[in-house]
Ligand binder design. Structure first.
Ligand SMILES: CCCCCOc1ccc(S(N)(=O)=O)cc1
Ligand SMILES: [Zn+2]
Length: 260
């Protein structure tokens, strides 16, 4: 198996357990959300996402996805409310997508797949760093947003207009003043469950908050995501696509919903 994990047959999700045995754990993500089996949790507060555009730093190709990073050394861009206690800081957001528009999301809803999924990654400010937060079951909270084929999304376009500059692994550009709030749907109703990172190290430290409403993306925009490359400059070109993990067993877990 090639050293670095990825999404190819040689280093993809089926191979990860060899290096990250937690891959076979009982709180792994993503999952299929069976809506009829979700239970309404009473007194779940509303989700509060307060994002400062001035906190955005860079847009990068990390060889697995395209990511926007944020200043997270203070409680400025934060997630509070919903199923979590305390204040979680936005560290980055990134995407997962398929090689065609009929698949690509990590979570599925009643087995339905979306062409892509956005992950807004937050970590619990009671810990000294994101890395330390990975060691705790209440360390990380990821807001997942499905992308659904429809009208072109101008807020996604502000990101996609820069893919030519970050084609290959390790490339990054300065990306100031990006308002992550513009990537959220109108409704913040959600499903929530306890799970893991969906990529190595697959730590079981994540409170998942999956929004029930999608945002739009056009088919042409999906093609722009697929124009990115997994490989570094000078290496054999390998389109960045199908960078999603298949759904994992729910085991004994329950999925709650914010809606009645
Ligand atoms: C030692 C550093 C590890 C960095 C890994 O961070 C991650 C990995 C996966 C996710 S995801 N797809 O579950 O949202 C979020 C953050
Ligand atoms: Zn992700």
């Amino acid at each position: 198996m090639s050293a670095e994990w990825g999404y190819l047959p040689s280093n993809g999700p089926a191979t990860w357990a060899a290096t990250y045995p937690i891959a076979n754990g009982h709180k792994q993500s993503p999952i299929d959300i069976v809506t009829a089996h979700t239970t309404h949790k009473t007194y779940l507060p509303h989700l509060k996402l307060k994002y400062h555009p001035s906190d955005s730093i860079a847009l990068l190709n990390n060889g697995h996805t395209i990511e926007v990073t944020f200043v997270d050394d203070a409680n400025t861009s934060t997630l509070t409310g919903g199923p979590i206690t305390g204040t979680y800081r936005l560290a980055q957001f990134h995407f997962h997508w398929g090689s065609s528009d009929d698949h690509g999301s990590e979570h599925t809803v009643n087995k339905a797949k979306f062409p892509a999924e956005l992950h807004l990654v937050h970590w619990n400010g009671k810990y000294p760093s994101f890395k330390e937060a990975l060691n705790h079951p209440d360390g990380v909270a990821v807001v997942g947003v499905f992308l659904k084929i429809g009208a072109a999304n101008p807020n996604l376009q502000k990101i996609l207009d820069n893919v030519a500059a970050i084609q290959t692994k390790g490339e990054q550009i300065s990306f100031p003043n990006y308002d992550a709030h513009t990537l959220l749907p109108h409704s913040l109703e959600f499903w929530t469950y306890g799970g893991s990172l969906t990529t190595p190290p697959l730590s079981e430290c994540v409170t998942w908050i999956v929004l029930q409403d999608p945002i739009s993306v056009s088919s042409a925009q999906m093609a722009e995501f697929r124009s990115l490359k997994f490989n570094a400059a000078g290496e054999t070109a390998c389109c960045m696509q199908d960078n999603y993990r298949p759904t994992q067993n729910l085991s004994e877990r329950k999925v709650h919903r914010s809606t009645l």
